[in-house]
Design a protein around this ligand. Structure first.
Ligand code: GLA
Length: 743
């Protein structure tokens, strides 16, 4: 199955395995054309007369009998742009006068830096290929792996670089893949942000030159996310139009360049960030790139994200025992998290008080956040010392965990395994375990340093303490945090020329730790958190069941963040806690109703993060009612087809989303008012994705429809006529939600 191919790829296997029944991979010997078909997509490339691998087509699915002609290299443009640089190559070596981004750039031991990759051979499977390239003179081989998902047409591409020469080579730049589009007008979409301000959808016309989307931070980062979508035409369109999109599965420093080249064609190249990169390959050694996924939709940005959501659910996210090849993992438990209620001030008594109230609300999982371990009174000490703090929990965690279980919930715990406070026993014993350049300052952020996971002893230490923690305590879930970026990224155990390997080996060991933990504790679930959404990518998501999108839990800010998030990631993983009002992020002090906060969070995987010991009976009753209503429709919300009906971006007065489950038997609608102006009523919502011939009954979850709205009407009615809100749905920070059930 495709799923196996992906995991094989991510486990850095060099073999290419897997079989998919409805996708097709074919090679035409006479034209030297490779063709992949899956979903509504065809992708083709071929060997041109010079022997280069040249991209030929990426778009809507072509007829099975349509033939694609042999690749013809682009012509030279006067004497300045050679045919080599003008030809859209699948994986170009830097050499022979290449001025666009290379996929691979190396320096040989003798100082030669010329690399020209030609087709050598290939292996074919039913749903993909391995195509082997070789330098025209030297024994540098690159194996390009291709697979296509039969359902969504999303492709997985990666490269294995092998040095079969007798001298070492240094890889200075290595992409997973390069994608190409012909010259035309396009709009680029990408996601940017900062701490507490992640997931800003940036949309701009592509112009000549290069747009660089990247992280140099050692991990995925808040500043940009490794996802892009390019739409045909001069303006973005949610509903229609061709979109090519991609996402990189890597949680270390990464880079995606989107380039409009010298002849106005588009090249997208992504992989390891070449900044400060240098990976020495000794004779016989290989370097595996991350996987770069790429897809195509003819149905606008909405169509693109729906494909990506289903692909992530089916092929990226961990599937638990019994879920096998199911289309999606189970919806997430509704959690309670203690962070905003108690911060570091945790105690058995305080957590039990919160757990009792959480259970009364109908919460499924109780998570104790930071503060339970070592000498952790605040963020100055304790990271690295993963023993239960005896002052706060004199009898260990067992009494609390037993209580949580007795209340009918399972138990989760916060950890930040890759970090250390200088004020910790771990650092006092192993000052050499952190990323550092000897003799240079060790720059702290949040009073902490980064452990060098690339070191085998550090990797083993982390596996050891986590295994012990999870073995000794009945823990269902870890919130895995990572609260700073790198500085002074030295690895002084290695010879100077090899130290930059840290950029690759750190992330590989992170994945190895997560894989080992999952192997030893198959039921353990994980959340990827990095001060909010600093580590969300398709690499970490093969281990993490959910993510924390942002430390910003302001329910209004979250609407825009959640909107941006869903362009790249499924709502299934988008944790959203209801926290207290007024919400005080950076002094913002916004006051909102509990209903509004609940509905904002119900757009994703719901959690409660407020100090519920202070909630009155009415608040408890409202939250309980809405959690129960959420449970009934959760699968539709988090795994259905998402239609962003009205965007909250750019200060929009209104916003709305709708999800439809896969068999079109249920739909859920959310409607939000930012601030009514000039008395305007809420716009009529023309729903989407329903079965026009089926009848659907409308049930309010919160709020009401306009008087006279039919209790039951056809899908055609809801889509063509639309849904009107009640006349009194006006004001500031208002929210309504409805469900539609097929009769
Ligand atoms: C990070 C996380 C928060 C919380 C704190 C604890 O900021 O994003 O949710 O866990 O760490 O220190």
């Amino acid at each position: 199955m495709f799923r196996n191919i992906i995991s094989a790829a991510l486990l850095l296997s060099t073999s290419f395995i897997g079989f998919a029944q409805h996708s097709a991979a074919s090679f035409d010997e006479s034209t030297k054309v490779f063709r992949l078909d899956g979903g509504n997509v065809t992708y083709a490339f071929g060997v041109n007369v010079r022997g280069e691998l040249q991209q030929l087509y990426w778009g809507g699915r072509l007829g099975a009998t349509d033939r694609i002609a042999q690749a013809v290299p682009a012509r030279e443009w006067a004497s300045f742009d050679s045919s080599y640089t003008n030809t859209p190559q699948e994986y170009a070596g830097w050499g022979a006068g290449l001025f666009v981004e290379p996929a691979l750039k190396v320096t040989f031991a003798d100082g030669n830096r010329d690399l020209v990759l030609h087709y050598d051979s290939h292996e074919i499977a039913s749903d993909g290929f391995n195509v082997i390239l070789k330098d025209i003179k030297r024994k540098v081989f690159v194996k390009l792996h291709y697979a296509i998902d039969p359902e969504t047409g999303i492709m997985a591409r990666r490269a294995t670089i092998e040095n079969r020469d007798s001298q070492p080579i240094t890889v200075e730049q290595a992409a997973a893949a390069a994608w190409a589009l012909p010259a035309a007008h396009y709009t680029l979409n990408y996601l940017t942000g900062r701490w507490a301000g992640e997931w800003t959808l940036t949309q701009e016309a592509l112009h000549p030159g290069e747009r660089v989307i990247e992280s140099r931070r050692g991990s995925t980062g808040h500043q940009a996310n490794p996802w892009f979508a390019i739409q045909a035409g001069d303006s973005p369109n949610e509903i229609g139009g061709e979109v090519w999109f991609g996402a990189l599965a890597w949680s270390g420093s990464w880079r995606i360049t989107v380039e409009q080249d010298q002849l106005d064609a588009i090249r997208v190249t992504g992989g390891f960030n070449p900044f400060d990169f240098g990976y020495v390959l000794h004779p016989g050694e290989t370097l595996e790139s991350p996987v770069f996924y790429g897809g195509y939709s003819a149905h606008g940005l909405g169509g693109a994200s729906r494909l990506l959501h289903h692909f992530e659910l089916a092929h990226i996210l961990p599937h638990r025992m019994g879920e096998g090849d199911a289309a999606a993992p189970k919806p997430r438990p509704v959690i309670y998290n203690s962070w905003e209620a108690t911060e570091f001030n945790v105690s058995e008594e305080g957590q039990v008080a919160l757990a009792e109230k959480a259970a009364a609300l109908g919460v499924d999982r109780f998570v104790m956040d930071d503060g339970w371990f070592g000498q952790r009174k605040d963020d100055h000490a304790g990271l690295g010392d993963w023993y239960v703090n005896p002052q706060k929990f004199p009898h260990g965690l067992k009494p609390l965990i037993d209580k949580v279980h007795a209340l009918g919930m399972d138990f989760g715990l916060w950890v930040e395994p890759e970090m250390v406070n200088p004020d910790s026993d771990l650092y006092r014993n192993h000052p050499d375990w952190v990323l550092n350049f000897p003799g240079r300052p060790r720059t702290e952020q949040r009073n902490q340093l980064v452990l060098n996971l690339a070191r085998p002893d550090v990797r083993d230490y982390i596996v050891g303490f986590l295994d012990k923690l999870v073995t000794e305590n009945d823990i269902a879930f870890l919130k895995w945090d990572y609260n700073r970026n790198w500085s002074e990224p030295g690895w002084d155990q290695l010879p100077p020329a090899e130290q930059k390997k840290v950029y690759v080996e750190f992330t590989r060991n992170l994945y190895a730790i997560l894989a080992e933990l999952k192997k030893r504790h198959p039921k353990l679930e994980l959340e990827s958190c990095s001060g909010g959404g600093g580590r969300v990518d398709l690499g970490i998501l093969q281990y993490a069941d959910e993510v924390w999108p942002s430390d910003n839990t302001d329910p209004f800010d979250r609407l825009t963040q959640q909107d941006g998030f869903t362009y790249a990631y499924t709502p299934q993983i988008m944790m959203a806690w209801v926290t207290d009002s007024p919400h005080d992020l950076e002094g913002q002090r916004r006051v909102t109703s509990l209903q509004y906060r609940m509905l904002s969070s119900m757009q994703g995987s719901l959690g409660i993060g407020a100090n519920i010991t202070k909630w009155n009976d009415e608040e408890m009753a409202t939250a309980k009612r809405l959690i129960a209503a959420y449970h009934q429709v959760q699968a539709t919300i988090v795994q259905g087809d998402l239609y962003r009906l009205i965007s909250p971006r750019n200060g929009s007065e209104f916003s709305a989303t709708q999800t439809v489950n896969r068999d079109k038997s249920q739909s859920v609608v959310f409607a939000f008012i930012h601030s009514t102006q000039e008395g305007r009523g809420y716009p009529r919502l023309k729903l989407r994705g329903l079965d026009p011939k089926a009848n659907y009954a409308l049930t309010p979850i919160e709020g009401a429809a306009q008087k006279g709205t039919p209790a039951t009407a056809s899908g055609a009615w809801w889509m063509n006529h639309g849904l009107d809100m009640s006349d009194d749905f006006k004001g500031d920070f208002r929210a309504a939600a409805f469900r539609l059930d097929r009769k």
